[in-house]
Design a protein around this ligand. Structure first.
Ligand SMILES: [Zn+2]
Length: 109
């Protein structure tokens, strides 16, 4: 077993401690699951990692907004509005029918 090297994952920027014996193999990131080859020249700087993390946070919040918007659109879609109107009409009709019959029955006494 060689000494541990701190390698930064090129995909998510996480720090990984990799045995120097294993630096020639593919390295699997334990945080994001991506596999990569270790290339010293391609190691990201801390500034780049910060940028990557900010970008990922931005993308995550954008996706969240998208899902929220889609749900809102679905809820306010014309089909749902039509369904609400139909439901309301049926409800009023049934209610009026019951009320009408009650008045009729009461009128007999
Ligand atoms: Zn990673």
């Amino acid at each position: 077993m060689g000494k541990l090297n701190e390698i930064k994952c090129p995909n998510c920027g996480s720090s990984l401690n990799v045995d120097s014996d294993k630096l020639n193999d593919f390295i699997k990131c334990e945080y994001c699951g991506s596999s990569f080859e270790y290339e010293p020249s391609k190691q990201l700087s801390d500034v780049e990692i910060e940028r990557l993390k900010t970008e990922q946070a931005r993308l995550a919040s954008e996706n969240f907004d998208k899902i929220l918007n889609r749900q809102n659109e679905m809820f306010n879609s014309p089909q749902i509005k039509l369904f609400r109107i139909i439901f309301l009409v049926i409800f009023i009709t049934v209610f009026a029918f019951i009320l009408f019959n009650m008045i009729k029955i009461m009128g007999r006494f």
